[in-house]
Structures are given as C-alpha cells and as structure tokens.
Design a protein around this ligand. Structure first.
Ligand SMILES: NC(=O)c1ccc[n+]([C@@H]2O[C@H](COP(=O)([O-])OP(=O)(O)OC[C@H]3O[C@@H](n4cnc5c(N)ncnc54)[C@H](OP(=O)(O)O)[C@@H]3O)[C@@H](O)[C@H]2O)c1
Length: 489
C-alpha cells in the first residue's frame, strides 16, 4: 500500500525540533511517525527538522531509526526515502522523573537545532501516560528547555483529567509552563476530514445552515460504535469507561462542530468563541435526571457464548461495574437548540464499527424547500473516503439542492490522515482543531454530574450481548420522545 499524495500544492517547508516523550511507544510508532513521514513526502518537513524520541529503554539512535522505518513499512516501500527521513531521528534515554535527563535533552535539542537550522522552534509531544504530563511540563520549565527566538508548543494527548477537579489540577500545572496559546490538546476526531468539512459544508450551504436549529431539527444523533471489545486495554479501560473515554471528549467535540453557532469566520478565535458558548449552555443533569436521560451497559459474551464478557477480559475486575456502553439524551439551553434532544451513544462490541452523525429534520423544513423529515447523515468511520447520506442515499445521487458540497468525491479520497492534519496545524500555530480549556471545563462539569450519580448506584451488569446494539433502555430513551436511532442494525 502506498500513501495517497493528498493536496499539497500550498505546503511550505516548516522547521522544528520535535521532542517526543514516549518516543518508543505505540502512539508514536502507529500514528506520529507515519504522519511525520507523510509531511516529509509532501515537502512540508524537509531539511530543517529533527525528532528526538525519548523514553526509558536504552535504545541507540540506529535502533530507534530501525523502529521508525519499520513503522512506515505498511505505508510505503521507498527504502531510500525512509532511510533519509530516519536520519532526522535521534534517541535520548530518559526517565521523566530524572532532572539530569532534561539537561541532556536540552543540549541535544540545541545541537540538533544548529545542525538542521530549525529556527529554535520546539514541539514537545506528550505521547506518554497522563500521570506524567505535569512532571514533564514542570521539568521543561525548571531545566529551561523552552527556547527564545522560536516557538514552544506543547501537544497533549487525551485523557485530559478524569473529572473537572483533576483536569483543573492538570491544567494549572501545565499553564505554569505553557500559556493556553502554546497548548495543543489533541482530540483526533477533530483531525478527521469529515468533521473538519462540517464547517465548510455549513458555510457553503445556506439552506442547510438555516435549517440547523430547534425550529427545523427534530433531533441529532451521534454514534461512535465499535465492534471490538477492550482487547489488551482492559487495565486502562477499568480506570475510564465509555462515558469518560468517548463522551466527554470525542462526542462533545463532534456535537460542537455541528451545533455551534455559525462563526463569523473560520479562524480559531471565532470558532472557539461559538463552541465555548455552546458548551456553556449544556443543561447539566440533576441526579434524578441521570436515571432517565442516561443509560449504561457492559458487554456479556455473544449469543453463541464465543466471545469473552467484559468481566472476563485480561486486567478487568471480575465484578467490574465499568460501562462499555453509554447512551444519553443531551440538551442545550441556548436559543438555537433549546428543546432539541441530542442523542449520543458509544459502545464496544456493537455489530459494526460506525462513527456517524445523523441529523433528523422535522416536517417544517418543507418551508425551506427541504423534503419533510429528511435525515442527513455524516459518516465518519469506517467508510474510506467518507460519505454523506440524505435519507440513506448518497448525497450526490440524492441530488438535493440544499446540500451541495463537495461536488467531487475524490476530494475526500485525497484527505489527510487525522494526525497528519493535526501536526500541520501545530506547525502552523493554528488552534482551530484543538480543544480549549474553557470548553473542557463545561464538558467535564456535565460528565461529572452523570458519573457522580452512577458511582452511587449499583448497575445490573452485564446487560447486553456482544454483537448487539446495546441495552434495550437505549432504544427506550428515544422511543419516549417518539424517535428512534437512525443507525440500527
Ligand atoms: N496508542 C493510541 O492509539 C493512543 C490513542 C489516543 C491517546 N493515546 C494516549 O497517548 C499516550 C501514549 O499512549 P501509548 O499507547 O503510546 O502508550 P505506550 O505504548 O505504553 O507508550 C508509553 C511510552 O511512555 C514511555 N514511558 C513509560 N514510563 C516512562 C517513564 N517513567 N519515563 C519516560 N518514559 C516512560 C514508554 O517507554 P519506556 O517503557 O521505554 O519508558 C513508552 O514509550 C497516552 O496518554 C494515551 O492515553 C494513545
């Protein structure tokens, strides 16, 4: 398989020294190095960059480069190019708690900056466990790693805290070192082409935009369904669960893209202003409302007894009450959406992998020239190239005047992979596709209210079979309002 070329005409070369904490790990090898390589293929990274991978294991530069090349082999077979790319990679053995190692890192970064003429720009990438984020940031400050004369950007992976209190504590410790405009919090769904296109689609389709409010929308559904179970991530999942792992970040950010007010322009400032306002208007649930507005589930074996139940997975407590499925009915109090339910769900061991947004219009949309009760579905995964359906039909074939973008499907086929797109934004200093602290505070506050109620109630788990759509109560949640899930196996 070769990497698609993408749309690179406007790409200009960038310069930076990347310091990847967790440089020997899974995320770095599966996502970051292939993404950096694509930028290299495109000429956006060329002569003026270096990557320092850092982690405890005592690798040599040569061995590290071999692992980097191996991580690219699924994507390309141009050995010469991959070897040339790998010459920009260096390894520094390092324990996050050891101050001495930060001094070595600083010296290596300065040396590589001179060697590659990287403009004193630094990207500090936290591809490590969240418990280390604060320590690393503090050492970056105390050992003086930040440079003068270039930029210093901190990239941080999820999860950003496990509730509002811990997220605030983390944010306080990071912000002592990196002000908000130097922080890039990754939510990789915001790097996905389909999600990024939603703003453009809204801008370019005035009738669709006009219909996006409680007057014309019956309900909006966001589904992030997976067919797999927790696989080898049982230990992590036991500390998280579907609500924290999927709703607080990905689902909320997807809702943000479709439901935020139309920004004055597509700048980071304008987009985050309307997103922050939207999340500030989340109707936080009272304890008794959690029982009626949210459903949780945990997978059992399948109907043949072939699959492992969650409680039988490795590193999972045999009496675990962690949810592997969540469905909820979310409401906002702002003028645009007051009264419109947003139904969300995410589950493991569902019948198929499917990430999608379904917008169900009511019959009043006929006043705008849209067929009554039309459903517009944005399919995010797993469709290769992505697609939009109108009443279940490909929107190009459905040929509805109110939604005409993009006109050429190859536009999506050339889309950049999420991490690649996000790294381009980081190098360009563009925050539009990252989450801001103000947004996180509102979404954590909302999630905490659900979690706190769940923590004092014993669930009746397991309550859905592997390979099914989840607990029946998730259907009742919509039926109560006279609605039903659009994606239903
Ligand atoms: N993997 C994914 O697809 C994914 C997706 C979304 C978010 N994330 C987030 O990305 C981060 C990394 O995940 P991962 O899956 O890549 O984890 P991983 O494979 O376990 O990698 C962790 C890295 O941290 C290093 N490390 C561990 N303890 C260390 C210490 N005391 N000092 C210095 N380095 C240390 C490890 O190397 P040594 O053992 O050699 O020290 C390794 O390079 C996590 O925050 C995770 O939540 C990952």
């Amino acid at each position: 398989m070769t990497l698609s070329k993408g749309v690179w005409k406007m790409a200009t070369e960038k310069s930076a020294v990347f310091i990847i904490f967790g440089g020997s790990g899974d995320l770095a090898h599966r996502k970051l190095y292939p993404a950096l390589y694509r930028l290299y293929q495109a000429g956006m990274l060329k002569d003026h960059f270096a990557v320092i991978g850092t982690a405890r294991r005592p690798w040599s530069d040569e061995y590290f480069r071999e692992t980097v090349i191996t991580s690219l082999e699924d994507f390309d077979d141009d050995k010469e190019k991959m070897t040339a790319f790998a010459q920009h990679f260096f390894y520094q053995s390092h324990n996050v708690n050891d101050s001495e190692h930060y001094i070595a890192l600083k010296e290596l970064a300065a040396k590589l900056d001179d060697k590659f003429d990287a403009g004193h720009n630094r990207v500090y990438y936290m591809a490590i466990a969240p418990r280390f984020f604060g320590t690393v940031a503090e050492h970056i400050k105390s050992e003086g790693l930040k440079t003068d004369g270039g930029y210093n950007r901190l990239v941080i992976e999820k999860p950003f805290g496990r509730d509002l209190a811990s997220a605030t504590e983390l944010n306080d410790s990071l912000s002592r070192v990196f002000p908000e405009d130097e922080v890039y919090r990754i939510d990789h769904y915001l790097g996905k082409k389909m999600i990024q296109e939603i703003s453009n689609i809204r801008m370019k389709n005035p009738t669709f935009e006009e219909a996006l409010n409680s007057k014309y929308v019956s309900n909006i559904q966001v589904t992030l369904g997976e067919s797999l179970g927790v696989e080898d991530r049982g230990g992590y999942y036991e500390t998280s669960g579907a609500l924290r792992d999927m709703v607080q970040n990905h689902i909320m950010q997807i809702i943000g893209s479709i439901a935020m007010d139309k920004p004055e322009e597509l700048s980071a400032e304008a987009v985050h202003k309307v997103k922050t306002d939207l999340f500030a208007s989340l109707k936080v649930l009272q304890p008794e409302e959690v029982k009626t507005e949210f459903v949780r589930g945990q997978y059992d074996t399948d109907n043949l007894g072939d699959q492992k139940a969650y409680r039988d997975e490795d590193n999972v407590d045999e009496n675990s009450n962690i949810e592997t499925y969540v469905a909820g009915r979310i409401e906002f109090s702002d003028d645009r959406w007051n009264g419109t339910p947003f139904y969300v769900r995410s589950g493991k061991r569902m019948p198929a992998k499917s990430s999608r947004i379904d917008i169900v219009f009511n019959d009043k949309v006929k006043d705008l020239g849209i067929k009554p009760n039309t459903t517009v579905s944005f399919l995010i995964e797993p469709e290769d190239g992505h697609s939009i359906l109108i009443n279940g039909i490909d929107y190009l074939e459905a040929n509805q005047d109110f939604l005409k973008f993009p006109e050429d499907k190859t536009y999506f086929d050339n889309a950049r992979e999420a991490y690649e797109s996000l790294i381009i934004d980081i190098l360009a200093g563009d925050h539009v596709h990252f989450t801001l602290w103000d947004e996180l505070q509102s979404t954590w506050k909302y999630i905490d209210a659900v979690r706190e109620q769940w923590d004092v109630e014993e669930p009746d788990f397991p309550n859905y079979l592997s390979g099914t759509m989840g607990p029946e109560a998730a259907d009742t949640l919509l039926e109560r309002d006279g609605n039903s899930w659009v994606w239903d196996d």
